[in-house]
Design a protein around this ligand. Sequence first.
Ligand SMILES: C[S@@+](CC[C@H](N)C(=O)[O-])C[C@H]1O[C@@H](n2cnc3c(N)ncnc32)[C@H](O)[C@@H]1O
Length: 301
Amino acid sequence: MITNLHKPIMVDEILSFVTNDKKLSVLDCTFGGGGHTLSFLNRGHQVTAIDQDLNAQEIANNIKVKYKKFNFFKMNFKDLERLNNNDLENKFDFILLDLGFSSNQLEDIKIGISFKENSNLNMNYLNSNITAYDIINSYSEDELSRVFADYGEINQSTKLAKFIVKARKDKSINTNFELIEVLRDSRINFRSKKIHFATQAFQALRIECNKELENLTIFLTKIFNYINKDGILAIISFHSLEDRIVKNYFKSNFFKKDKYINQKNWGYQILTKKPITPSEMEISVNPRSRSSKLRVGRFVN
Ligand SMILES: C[S@@+](CC[C@H](N)C(=O)[O-])C[C@H]1O[C@@H](n2cnc3c(N)ncnc32)[C@H](O)[C@@H]1O
Protein backbone atom coordinates (compact mmCIF):
# COMPACT_ATOMS: atom_id res chain seq x y z
CA MET A 1 0.00 0.00 0.00
CA ILE A 2 1.29 3.48 -0.84
CA THR A 3 2.46 5.80 1.93
CA ASN A 4 0.95 9.21 1.31
CA LEU A 5 3.64 11.88 1.72
CA HIS A 6 1.78 14.77 0.13
CA LYS A 7 0.75 17.76 2.27
CA PRO A 8 -2.10 19.79 0.73
CA ILE A 9 -1.31 23.47 0.16
CA MET A 10 -3.25 26.55 1.34
CA VAL A 11 -6.24 24.54 2.57
CA ASP A 12 -7.62 27.34 4.78
CA GLU A 13 -7.14 29.90 2.03
CA ILE A 14 -9.07 27.68 -0.40
CA LEU A 15 -11.87 26.98 2.06
CA SER A 16 -12.21 30.72 2.77
CA PHE A 17 -13.93 30.95 -0.65
CA VAL A 18 -16.72 28.64 0.54
CA THR A 19 -18.91 31.37 1.94
CA ASN A 20 -22.28 29.79 2.70
CA ASP A 21 -23.65 26.75 4.51
CA LYS A 22 -24.91 25.11 1.34
CA LYS A 23 -23.48 21.65 0.64
CA LEU A 24 -21.44 22.00 -2.52
CA SER A 25 -20.70 19.76 -5.42
CA VAL A 26 -16.89 19.94 -5.78
CA LEU A 27 -14.65 18.87 -8.66
CA ASP A 28 -11.06 18.24 -7.56
CA CYS A 29 -9.17 17.88 -10.84
CA THR A 30 -5.82 17.03 -9.23
CA PHE A 31 -6.64 14.57 -6.45
CA GLY A 32 -2.98 13.58 -5.70
CA GLY A 33 -2.81 12.43 -2.06
CA GLY A 34 -6.42 13.49 -1.52
CA GLY A 35 -5.69 16.21 1.07
CA HIS A 36 -7.86 18.90 -0.54
CA THR A 37 -10.59 16.40 -1.33
CA LEU A 38 -10.72 15.31 2.32
CA SER A 39 -10.96 18.90 3.53
CA PHE A 40 -14.18 19.22 1.48
CA LEU A 41 -15.55 15.77 2.33
CA ASN A 42 -15.02 16.37 6.05
CA ARG A 43 -17.26 19.43 5.76
CA GLY A 44 -20.03 17.37 4.18
CA HIS A 45 -19.54 18.43 0.55
CA GLN A 46 -19.85 16.05 -2.40
CA VAL A 47 -16.54 15.52 -4.23
CA THR A 48 -15.80 14.19 -7.69
CA ALA A 49 -12.06 13.77 -8.10
CA ILE A 50 -9.77 13.22 -11.07
CA ASP A 51 -6.14 12.15 -11.35
CA GLN A 52 -4.16 10.33 -13.98
CA ASP A 53 -1.90 8.68 -11.42
CA LEU A 54 -2.25 5.02 -10.40
CA ASN A 55 -1.16 5.66 -6.82
CA ALA A 56 -3.71 8.44 -6.53
CA GLN A 57 -6.32 5.91 -7.57
CA GLU A 58 -5.22 3.60 -4.78
CA ILE A 59 -5.52 6.41 -2.21
CA ALA A 60 -8.94 7.27 -3.67
CA ASN A 61 -10.11 3.66 -3.32
CA ASN A 62 -9.37 3.85 0.40
CA ILE A 63 -11.27 7.12 0.76
CA LYS A 64 -14.23 5.70 -1.15
CA VAL A 65 -14.66 3.02 1.52
CA LYS A 66 -15.23 5.70 4.17
CA TYR A 67 -17.08 8.45 2.27
CA LYS A 68 -20.29 7.93 0.30
CA LYS A 69 -20.23 11.38 -1.29
CA PHE A 70 -17.06 10.69 -3.23
CA ASN A 71 -16.26 9.51 -6.75
CA PHE A 72 -12.93 9.16 -8.50
CA PHE A 73 -12.01 9.01 -12.18
CA LYS A 74 -8.54 8.04 -13.37
CA MET A 75 -8.15 10.35 -16.34
CA ASN A 76 -6.39 13.43 -17.65
CA PHE A 77 -8.22 16.63 -16.64
CA LYS A 78 -7.91 17.91 -20.19
CA ASP A 79 -10.45 15.22 -21.21
CA LEU A 80 -13.24 16.63 -19.03
CA GLU A 81 -15.95 15.51 -21.45
CA ARG A 82 -15.31 11.95 -20.28
CA LEU A 83 -17.23 12.98 -17.14
CA ASN A 84 -20.35 13.27 -19.30
CA ASN A 85 -20.44 9.49 -19.67
CA ASN A 86 -21.41 8.86 -16.06
CA ASP A 87 -24.69 9.28 -14.22
CA LEU A 88 -23.32 11.88 -11.83
CA GLU A 89 -23.93 15.60 -11.74
CA ASN A 90 -21.67 17.24 -14.33
CA LYS A 91 -21.86 20.85 -13.15
CA PHE A 92 -19.96 21.89 -10.07
CA ASP A 93 -20.04 24.66 -7.45
CA PHE A 94 -16.32 24.55 -6.72
CA ILE A 95 -13.56 23.45 -9.10
CA LEU A 96 -10.01 23.05 -7.88
CA LEU A 97 -6.80 22.60 -9.81
CA ASP A 98 -3.57 22.12 -7.85
CA LEU A 99 -1.14 21.76 -10.71
CA GLY A 100 1.97 19.68 -11.26
CA PHE A 101 3.13 16.60 -9.41
CA SER A 102 2.60 15.38 -5.85
CA SER A 103 5.28 14.69 -3.24
CA ASN A 104 4.44 11.01 -3.74
CA GLN A 105 5.44 11.33 -7.40
CA LEU A 106 8.51 13.43 -6.55
CA GLU A 107 9.78 10.71 -4.22
CA ASP A 108 9.08 7.92 -6.72
CA ILE A 109 12.43 6.89 -8.14
CA LYS A 110 10.75 5.13 -11.09
CA ILE A 111 9.39 8.49 -12.23
CA GLY A 112 12.66 10.30 -11.55
CA ILE A 113 11.54 13.94 -11.44
CA SER A 114 14.14 14.85 -8.86
CA PHE A 115 17.75 15.66 -9.68
CA LYS A 116 18.74 14.70 -6.14
CA GLU A 117 18.34 10.97 -6.74
CA ASN A 118 19.83 8.98 -9.56
CA SER A 119 17.25 7.15 -11.68
CA ASN A 120 16.56 6.21 -15.26
CA LEU A 121 15.68 9.28 -17.30
CA ASN A 122 11.88 9.24 -17.32
CA MET A 123 9.91 12.13 -15.64
CA ASN A 124 6.64 10.86 -17.08
CA TYR A 125 4.10 11.04 -14.25
CA LEU A 126 0.96 11.31 -16.37
CA ASN A 127 0.99 8.20 -18.52
CA SER A 128 2.24 10.27 -21.40
CA ASN A 129 3.63 8.69 -24.57
CA ILE A 130 7.14 10.09 -24.22
CA THR A 131 9.82 10.22 -21.54
CA ALA A 132 12.71 12.56 -20.81
CA TYR A 133 14.96 9.81 -22.24
CA ASP A 134 13.17 10.05 -25.62
CA ILE A 135 13.43 13.83 -25.63
CA ILE A 136 17.11 13.96 -24.71
CA ASN A 137 18.19 11.12 -26.98
CA SER A 138 16.01 11.56 -30.05
CA TYR A 139 14.73 15.14 -30.39
CA SER A 140 16.43 17.19 -33.09
CA GLU A 141 18.68 20.07 -32.09
CA ASP A 142 15.93 22.58 -32.96
CA GLU A 143 13.31 20.73 -30.94
CA LEU A 144 15.61 20.48 -27.93
CA SER A 145 16.40 24.15 -28.17
CA ARG A 146 12.66 25.00 -28.28
CA VAL A 147 11.98 22.90 -25.17
CA PHE A 148 14.81 24.50 -23.19
CA ALA A 149 13.89 28.03 -24.31
CA ASP A 150 10.10 27.79 -23.96
CA TYR A 151 9.78 25.62 -20.87
CA GLY A 152 13.06 26.22 -19.04
CA GLU A 153 13.56 29.87 -20.08
CA ILE A 154 17.23 29.00 -20.66
CA ASN A 155 18.94 31.87 -22.48
CA GLN A 156 21.60 29.74 -24.16
CA SER A 157 19.15 27.05 -25.26
CA THR A 158 20.68 26.70 -28.74
CA LYS A 159 24.15 26.18 -27.32
CA LEU A 160 22.83 23.63 -24.83
CA ALA A 161 20.89 21.71 -27.51
CA LYS A 162 23.98 21.58 -29.71
CA PHE A 163 26.07 20.28 -26.82
CA ILE A 164 23.56 17.53 -25.97
CA VAL A 165 23.30 16.36 -29.57
CA LYS A 166 27.11 16.11 -29.68
CA ALA A 167 27.32 14.32 -26.30
CA ARG A 168 24.70 11.69 -27.20
CA LYS A 169 26.62 10.72 -30.37
CA ASP A 170 29.26 9.08 -28.15
CA LYS A 171 26.81 7.38 -25.81
CA SER A 172 23.10 7.71 -25.04
CA ILE A 173 22.22 9.69 -21.90
CA ASN A 174 20.43 7.22 -19.68
CA THR A 175 20.07 8.56 -16.16
CA ASN A 176 19.36 11.77 -14.27
CA PHE A 177 22.93 11.92 -13.01
CA GLU A 178 24.35 11.39 -16.52
CA LEU A 179 22.19 14.27 -17.71
CA ILE A 180 23.42 16.46 -14.85
CA GLU A 181 27.01 15.69 -15.89
CA VAL A 182 26.23 16.75 -19.46
CA LEU A 183 24.55 19.95 -18.26
CA ARG A 184 27.59 20.74 -16.13
CA ASP A 185 30.02 20.02 -18.98
CA SER A 186 28.03 22.26 -21.34
CA ARG A 187 29.23 25.33 -19.39
CA ILE A 188 25.91 27.07 -20.00
CA ASN A 189 25.12 30.05 -17.76
CA PHE A 190 22.02 28.85 -15.98
CA ARG A 191 19.78 31.60 -14.66
CA SER A 192 20.09 31.72 -10.95
CA LYS A 193 22.78 31.08 -8.43
CA LYS A 194 20.07 30.44 -5.82
CA ILE A 195 18.68 27.28 -7.40
CA HIS A 196 20.44 24.08 -8.49
CA PHE A 197 21.88 24.66 -11.97
CA ALA A 198 19.88 21.72 -13.39
CA THR A 199 16.48 23.08 -12.22
CA GLN A 200 15.54 24.87 -15.45
CA ALA A 201 16.52 21.98 -17.72
CA PHE A 202 14.68 19.44 -15.56
CA GLN A 203 11.59 21.67 -15.47
CA ALA A 204 11.67 22.00 -19.25
CA LEU A 205 11.89 18.23 -19.80
CA ARG A 206 9.12 17.55 -17.26
CA ILE A 207 6.77 20.09 -18.87
CA GLU A 208 7.41 18.74 -22.37
CA CYS A 209 7.13 15.11 -21.38
CA ASN A 210 3.83 15.51 -19.48
CA LYS A 211 2.42 18.23 -21.77
CA GLU A 212 1.73 20.25 -18.63
CA LEU A 213 0.95 23.57 -20.32
CA GLU A 214 -1.07 21.98 -23.12
CA ASN A 215 -3.24 20.10 -20.58
CA LEU A 216 -3.92 23.31 -18.66
CA THR A 217 -4.74 25.30 -21.79
CA ILE A 218 -7.14 22.66 -23.12
CA PHE A 219 -8.79 22.34 -19.70
CA LEU A 220 -9.39 26.09 -19.55
CA THR A 221 -11.13 26.12 -22.93
CA LYS A 222 -13.71 23.62 -21.62
CA ILE A 223 -14.24 24.46 -17.99
CA PHE A 224 -17.10 26.96 -18.45
CA ASN A 225 -19.30 24.00 -19.43
CA TYR A 226 -18.78 22.37 -16.04
CA ILE A 227 -19.18 25.22 -13.57
CA ASN A 228 -22.44 26.35 -11.98
CA LYS A 229 -23.52 29.98 -11.83
CA ASP A 230 -21.69 31.62 -8.90
CA GLY A 231 -19.34 28.63 -8.80
CA ILE A 232 -15.72 29.06 -7.82
CA LEU A 233 -12.69 28.18 -9.94
CA ALA A 234 -9.50 27.99 -7.83
CA ILE A 235 -6.13 27.25 -9.41
CA ILE A 236 -2.80 26.71 -7.67
CA SER A 237 0.25 26.98 -9.94
CA PHE A 238 3.91 26.36 -9.22
CA HIS A 239 5.87 28.17 -11.89
CA SER A 240 5.59 31.39 -13.83
CA LEU A 241 4.67 29.68 -17.12
CA GLU A 242 1.58 28.08 -15.56
CA ASP A 243 0.67 31.17 -13.58
CA ARG A 244 0.83 33.32 -16.73
CA ILE A 245 -1.70 31.05 -18.47
CA VAL A 246 -4.06 31.19 -15.48
CA LYS A 247 -3.70 34.95 -15.08
CA ASN A 248 -4.38 35.55 -18.79
CA TYR A 249 -7.38 33.21 -18.70
CA PHE A 250 -9.04 35.20 -15.93
CA LYS A 251 -8.04 38.49 -17.57
CA SER A 252 -9.51 37.61 -20.94
CA ASN A 253 -12.74 36.29 -19.40
CA PHE A 254 -13.17 39.08 -16.91
CA PHE A 255 -16.66 40.19 -15.82
CA LYS A 256 -16.95 43.76 -14.66
CA LYS A 257 -19.79 46.23 -14.32
CA ASP A 258 -22.32 43.95 -16.07
CA LYS A 259 -19.96 43.41 -19.02
CA TYR A 260 -18.42 40.19 -20.24
CA ILE A 261 -15.08 41.16 -21.71
CA ASN A 262 -14.97 37.98 -23.86
CA GLN A 263 -18.26 38.92 -25.66
CA LYS A 264 -19.76 35.61 -24.52
CA ASN A 265 -22.52 35.35 -21.95
CA TRP A 266 -20.24 34.16 -19.20
CA GLY A 267 -17.19 35.41 -17.33
CA TYR A 268 -15.44 35.59 -13.97
CA GLN A 269 -15.47 38.03 -11.16
CA ILE A 270 -11.84 37.93 -10.05
CA LEU A 271 -11.58 37.27 -6.31
CA THR A 272 -7.78 37.47 -6.04
CA LYS A 273 -6.46 40.74 -7.46
CA LYS A 274 -3.01 39.46 -6.63
CA PRO A 275 -2.41 35.74 -6.28
CA ILE A 276 -2.54 34.36 -2.74
CA THR A 277 0.70 32.80 -1.53
CA PRO A 278 1.28 30.49 1.46
CA SER A 279 2.06 31.93 4.88
CA GLU A 280 5.60 31.87 6.30
CA MET A 281 4.33 29.28 8.75
CA GLU A 282 3.11 26.98 5.97
CA ILE A 283 6.36 27.39 4.04
CA SER A 284 8.34 26.45 7.14
CA VAL A 285 6.44 23.18 7.61
CA ASN A 286 6.04 22.46 3.90
CA PRO A 287 8.90 24.01 1.89
CA ARG A 288 7.40 22.64 -1.35
CA SER A 289 4.61 25.18 -0.99
CA ARG A 290 7.11 28.04 -1.41
CA SER A 291 6.54 28.69 -5.10
CA SER A 292 2.76 28.19 -5.12
CA LYS A 293 0.27 30.85 -6.19
CA LEU A 294 -3.49 30.66 -5.85
CA ARG A 295 -5.84 32.53 -8.21
CA VAL A 296 -9.60 32.39 -7.78
CA GLY A 297 -12.61 33.54 -9.81
CA ARG A 298 -16.39 33.40 -9.37
CA PHE A 299 -18.27 32.26 -12.46
CA VAL A 300 -20.94 34.66 -13.64
CA ASN A 301 -23.50 34.00 -16.38
C1 LIG B 1 0.17 18.90 -6.61
S1 LIG B 1 -0.58 17.33 -6.76
C2 LIG B 1 -2.16 17.55 -6.04
C3 LIG B 1 -2.20 17.29 -4.57
C4 LIG B 1 -3.59 17.29 -3.98
N1 LIG B 1 -4.27 18.54 -4.14
C5 LIG B 1 -3.57 16.89 -2.51
O1 LIG B 1 -4.12 17.61 -1.68
O2 LIG B 1 -3.00 15.86 -2.20
C6 LIG B 1 -1.00 17.27 -8.46
C7 LIG B 1 -1.70 15.99 -8.89
O3 LIG B 1 -2.34 16.28 -10.11
C8 LIG B 1 -2.16 15.23 -11.00
N2 LIG B 1 -2.20 15.79 -12.33
C9 LIG B 1 -1.38 16.74 -12.85
N3 LIG B 1 -1.74 17.02 -14.12
C10 LIG B 1 -2.80 16.23 -14.40
C11 LIG B 1 -3.61 16.06 -15.55
N4 LIG B 1 -3.40 16.77 -16.66
N5 LIG B 1 -4.63 15.17 -15.49
C12 LIG B 1 -4.86 14.44 -14.37
N6 LIG B 1 -4.12 14.54 -13.25
C13 LIG B 1 -3.10 15.44 -13.26
C14 LIG B 1 -0.84 14.60 -10.65
O4 LIG B 1 -0.82 13.25 -11.04
C15 LIG B 1 -0.79 14.82 -9.14
O5 LIG B 1 -1.25 13.69 -8.46
